[in-house]
Design a protein around this ligand. Structure first.
Ligand code: NAD
Length: 330
């Protein structure tokens, strides 16, 4: 098959080449997002794949149909860039890659959780200020004596719970959907119990109207003094202003944030002046016990490889009439 591969990035190239060598397929690498300006590049191709951050222009749908394209393989989890009314009108099937590597995010969260538990980022910040003393505020704990609360026990929440359980932590889980198999490594509980008992709280729910600011003032108030809060899911799940207050007043022991509501203003971009950064980030960056990462928890070799392979496998399945694994039907 011949695939128009939009938004091809440097990190994907080795996996594209591996695919071409293994299958004989031709993958046309196009560095830009799919748009009305470049949709003509699909001419002569059998399939289209894109990672796509901007919404797909309405004019693209009829043009894809004219070029005989009836499948768009997204290499992302999110599919909010697609107009499904137009996709249906022009008989365009959409697939995504819903789980390129839950372990990538879970291991990143565990790393951040252990770093904050052992106060490594605080110790390093003090050392950068030439302070090598060991005050009692740096006394820390071992993970096997601690309770970890996982909010949202789906793909990533499950992987996270398994990792903490393997280290001997007592793991609590809260999720409206019960999965008996998870009882092997966690104890299901209600949200207030999780918030009041956990030493590390890590959130892994989707963001929608029902989960917007799921963690706000009432929830932070219930957390133990010194609790560590980790959000790798979506910024909007958390009332960031309230989180910052609970960090600045010393109630919380630390926070690990891979996502922020303000992230579109600065994540994956380069700056020269710190004051150009969003105000919430500037306050978080001033705290030794906060680790902010630029939505990079997923970014591993395996995750990138899976994004490429799974999307191309869907292209192959569509063309041969095999069952699609990740058809999106919102
Ligand atoms: P998933 O759909 O597999 O799991 C989500 C779980 O949350 C489900 O079990 C669901 O029942 C539960 N849930 C829904 N509403 C809830 C609520 N109000 N309270 C408690 N639980 C609730 O999703 P996933 O693949 O595990 O992804 C989890 C989150 O991680 C998503 O927000 C996703 O966008 C984010 N994510 C982040 C990165 C990153 O690099 N930082 C990468 C991939 C995914």
């Amino acid at each position: 098959m011949k695939v128009a591969f939009f938004d091809a990035s440097v990190d994907e190239i080795p996996y594209i080449q591996q695919w071409e060598q293994a299958t004989g397929d031709e993958i046309i690498q196009i560095p830009d997002f799919l748009s009305k300006e470049n949709v003509h590049l699909v001419a002569g191709c059998d399939a289209v794949s894109t990672k796509q951050i901007p919404v797909i222009d309405d004019e693209v749908y009829p043009q894809l149909a004219e070029f005989g394209i009836h499948h768009l393989a997204l290499r992302s989890v999110g599919y909010n860039v697609v107009n499904f009314e137009l996709a249906n009108q022009y008989d365009l099937t959409i697939t995504n890659v819903p789980a390129y590597s839950p372990r990538a995010i879970a291991e990143n969260g565990l790393t951040v959780g252990l770093n904050l538990l052992r106060k490594l980022s605080t110790i390093q910040a003090r050392m950068r200020r030439l302070d090598f003393t060991l005050p009692t505020s740096l006394l820390s704990d071992e993970i096997f004596t601690k309770t970890v609360g996982v909010i949202g026990v789906g793909r990533i929440g499950t992987a996270t719970a398994q990792l903490y359980h393997a280290l001997g932590a007592n793991v609590l889980g809260y999720d409206p959907v019960y999965n008996a198999a998870n009882e092997a490594f966690l104890t299901y509980t209600d949200l207030p119990t999780l918030l009041t008992q956990a030493d590390i709280i890590t959130i892994h729910t989707p963001l929608d109207e029902s989960t917007y600011h799921l963690i706000g003032e009432p929830e932070f108030q219930q957390m133990k003094p010194g609790a560590i809060f980790i959000n790798q899911a979506r910024g909007g799940l958390v009332d960031t202003a309230t989180l910052i207050q609970h960090l600045e007043n010393g109630h919380l022991g630390g926070a690990g944030l891979d996502v922020l509501s303000s992230e579109s203003e600065f994540f994956w971009k380069q700056f020269t002046t710190p004051t150009d950064l969003p105000a919430d980030y500037q306050r978080l960056a001033a705290l030794d016990n906060v680790i902010v990462t630029p939505h990079s928890a997923y970014y591993t070799n395996l995750a990138v490889q899976n994004m490429v392979r799974q999307s191309l496998t869907e292209c192959q399945h569509f063309l041969t009439g095999e069952k699609l694994l990740y058809k999106v039907e919102p």
